[in-house]
Design a protein around this ligand. Structure first.
Ligand code: VGL
Ligand code: ZN
Length: 210
């Protein structure tokens, strides 16, 4: 991957929040295992961005907002298919907070996403309508960043969509695979990995970074 000390590289640590860790509302299997590796990456990078899934109560991606619908089923929204999730990462709740062991203090920027009631946002660049920007691309460009290194939760949703959109914006992209964990819903992990490879996303191990 990019040399961490390079001024042209930025680390984006995705959604290392209590609700995505064991015991949380949308726990990713082994989600807390990414914290150690990500903390080592955070130490090494000069530019660190954290993302935070940050939904208003009653968000349209919650199954509970659609009477009769079960979590993990899928519905048609005005922007396409949307998986319905258990209520998670509600703004200001303990579940939405960063995991207490994450070294969040070194972050230069925190991007909060999924804040619009009617649109979900997996990517940290665009909301799920694929058009509404979060502002992250502009931030990275203004800091001269050319290479984006991604790690966090979940590999097959927010990490993958962010990696693909980073490619759309013309950044070089590396996903640190062993610092990610997947939800793996109906083969979503393998599909996301294939899509990322085809888009020119590189995969690295945290060991490659020593
Ligand atoms: C995520 C599902 C719903 C993620 C966020 O961070 O990957 N997945 N909201
Ligand atoms: Zn969410």
């Amino acid at each position: 991957m990019a040399h961490p000390a390079s001024r042209k590289a930025a680390l984006i640590a995705v959604d290392v929040q209590n609700d995505f860790c064991p015991g949380g509302a949308l726990a990713v299997p082994g989600g807390d295992e990414v914290i150690g590796p990500i903390n080592r990456l955070i130490e090494a990078f000069e530019t660190v961005v954290l993302t935070q899934d940050w939904h208003p109560p009653g968000h349209s991606s919650f199954a509970s907002s659609h009477p009769g619908r079960a979590p993990f089923s899928s519905i048609e929204m005005f922007y396409g298919q949307q998986t319905l999730w258990p209520d998670h990462c509600v703004q200001g709740t303990p579940g939405a907070a960063f995991h207490p062991e994450l070294r969040w203090d070194k972050a230069r920027l925190i991007i909060r996403k999924g804040i619009h009631p009617s649109i979900d946002s997996y990517s940290t660049f665009f909301e799920n309508d694929r058009q509404t920007p979060t502002g992250l691309a502009g931030f990275l460009r203004e800091h001269g960043i050319e290479h984006v290194v991604l790690a966090g939760l979940a590999l097959d949703y927010c990490v993958a969509y962010s990696a693909l959109d980073a490619r759309v914006h013309g950044f070089q992209v590396t996903v640190v695979a062993d610092a990610c964990r997947a939800i793996d819903l109906a083969g979503s992990r393998a599909a996301a990995e294939t899509e990322m490879r085809e888009a020119g996303v590189a995969f690295a191990g945290i060991q490659d970074n020593s």
